[in-house]
Every structure is written in C-alpha cells, then in structure tokens.
Design a protein around this ligand. Structure first.
Ligand code: NAD
Length: 282
C-alpha cells in the first residue's frame, strides 16, 4: 500500500482534491482525535466533517497535533441545517474555522437543501457561501444532497454552479442520473456512505468478487466507487479497517465484478439515508 498513490482530481475552482479521504460522521468527540490522527499517519490527506457531527474541534486538534502542514490537508466542513439564514451562516462559518483551528477550509458545503424550510430559499444560503469563497476563507464552495432541480435553480438564479455535490452513492444506490448531470455541468461527485453504512458486505456478488480478487468486501465496494471517478471518504474508528479501506490502489476490478456491482442498484429503494426533497431536520 502506498497512500502516495491516492489520485487527486481537479475542482472547477482550480484546486485539487484527493479522491480518497476520511469521513467523520458519528465519530464521537472521544474517538475523533485518535481516529483522524491515525488516518493522517497512514497518509490520508482529506478529512470530511460537518457542523452537525459535533467533532470539528477534535478534527482541528488532530490536524494540529499531527504536525502536518495545514496546506497539505484537504479539509471539508458543512453548514448545519439550522444555520441557513445568511447571518447565521456567517456566524457559524466563523465558529467552524475557530473550532477547526484554521483560517480557511478547502471546501464548505450546504449540508442539505431543505426545500420545505426557510420558504424554500436555499439560494440565499448559496449566495452567502459564495461570499466565503470570495473572501478566500473557503477555497471552494459546494453543496450536499442537492437534486437536479435544486442545482438548476442555483444556476438560474445566481449563474454559479457548485463545484461539488456530496450525495449518497454506493452499489445499492448508484445515483447515476444525478452523476450524469454533474458530469455535464462540471460538478464533482462526492459519494457519501460509500460502504452503504456497512449494509452491503453480506451481498453474494460482493462476497464472490472479494474472493475472486483476493480482497475484502469493503475494498471491492470502495474500488467500484473509485473506478467510477467519485470522491470517497469511508468512516471507521478501527485502525485495521482504516488501513484496509485505504489499501485499494494496487488492484483493479475485473469486468465480471463491474457488471455484478452495477447490477446491485436498487434505485430509490437502495437509499440508506433521508430523501433530500423531504429531509427537514433542524
Ligand atoms: P460508510 O459507508 O463509510 O460506512 C461506515 C460504516 O461501515 C462504519 O460504521 C463501520 O462500522 C463500517 N466499516 C467501515 N469500514 C469497514 C470495513 N473495512 N469493514 C467492515 N466494516 C467497515 O458510512 P458513513 O460514515 O455514513 O459515510 C462516510 C462519510 O460520508 C461520513 O463519515 C461523512 O463524512 C459523509 N456523510 C455525509 C452525509 C451528508 O449528508 N453529506 C451523510 C452521511 C455521510
């Protein structure tokens, strides 16, 4: 394994993003410093957190304690659902920077579009993120969980498409229509829950591919996401699993595995998370 072989992709902002990173959803404050430091020690240079995860301070601490220069790490955080009003977004963004012990993030995202809240006005929130980008405090700005109509509305009303849309994607929910839209509009696709939150490992086709390729089910599923060109950041607090998840850059899927994993798409039934049109949790 060499973490140095993690590819980077170019964002529409011109910045580079490592295609593989470390997700921190549901990592408790207690576990977070050690887990992030372990990931950084292995050579992972991309960390995904969010105001909602209540671990930004621990992520900031881990980055500082790692001794790795800040500019070598790609750091993402996301705006909380109760902070969509412009002044709240400004205040919470400043707090994120303070908690993360940095004066900029590499990527700042609107976590959910919340089309049923705030009078459906996620456009004002997007305009506020564009301020952060102009100020250089967010090098790149984007969104998460946006559907095609939401993205079209941002373009129509502001003339600016997000550089990134972070959405649920794994073999049970391939989300291909949205990904095709992203490609047409130069939006980078980030795949959240790339392991389907651990629900996919018992699948027959995943197990037989793992056996044939001499890899673990998690490695086969992550490799599928990498070969499709998406950005992934699986989550684990277990050192062996963090290492295992990273160890996917020395093999390729065979044709049979690609066909088999592509065939696992269940469409909407494959979602593990909330639907973006109805998600309204503050
Ligand atoms: P995931 O698909 O990464 O799965 C994580 C679960 O799989 C863990 O609980 C762990 O128990 C298990 N696991 C991890 N590696 C394993 C291995 N090698 N073998 C066996 N089991 C293993 O799920 P996730 O954490 O929901 O998603 C990854 C990241 O995506 C999150 O941490 C977060 O950063 C991001 N995310 C974003 C959103 C969003 O709305 N933007 C939503 C969910 C997740």
């Amino acid at each position: 394994m060499s973490a140095l072989s993690i590819p980077t992709l170019e964002l529409s902002s011109g910045y580079q993003i490592p295609q593989f990173g470390f997700g921190t959803y549901k990592i408790s404050a207690e576990d977070c410093v050690d887990a992030v430091k372990y990931a950084l020690d292995l050579g992972i240079r991309h960390i995904d957190t969010a105001q909602m995860y209540h671990n930004e301070a621990e992520v900031g601490c881990a980055i500082e304690e790692s001794g790795i220069p800040r500019e070598e790490i790609f750091l993402t955080t996301k705006l909380n659902n109760d902070k969509h009003l412009p002044e709240d977004a400004r205040q919470s963004f400043a707090q994120s920077l303070e908690d993360l012990r940095t004066d900029y993030v590499d990527l700042f995202l609107i976590h959910w579009p919340l089309p049923t809240l705030y009078g459906g006005d996620f456009v004002q929130t997007w305009r506020t993120l564009l301020e952060f980008e102009q100020e250089g405090r967010a090098r790149t700005v984007g969104v998460s969980n946006f559907q095609i109509p939401h993205l079209e509305r941002l373009l129509k009303e502001t003339g600016v498409m997000p550089a990134v849309n972070q959405v649920e994607i794994h073999p049970h929910f391939a989300n291909n229509q949205l990904r095709a839209f992203h490609r047409e509009h130069n939006i980078l696709t980030e795949a959240w829950s790339p392991l389907a939150r651990g629900t996919i490992f018992g699948d027959e086709k995943v197990l037989s591919a793992a056996k044939r390729l001499g890899k673990t089910p998690a490695q086969v599923v992550l490799r599928w996401g990498i070969e499709r060109g998406d950005v992934l950041f699986p989550k684990s607090v277990t050192p062996e699993r963090i290492q295992e998840n990273l160890d996917i850059f020395d093999f390729q899927l065979d044709e049979q595995t690609k066909v088999d994993l592509d065939s696992l798409d269940k469409g909407e039934d494959g979602r593990t998370g909330s639907h973006p049109d109805t998600m309204a949790l503050l």
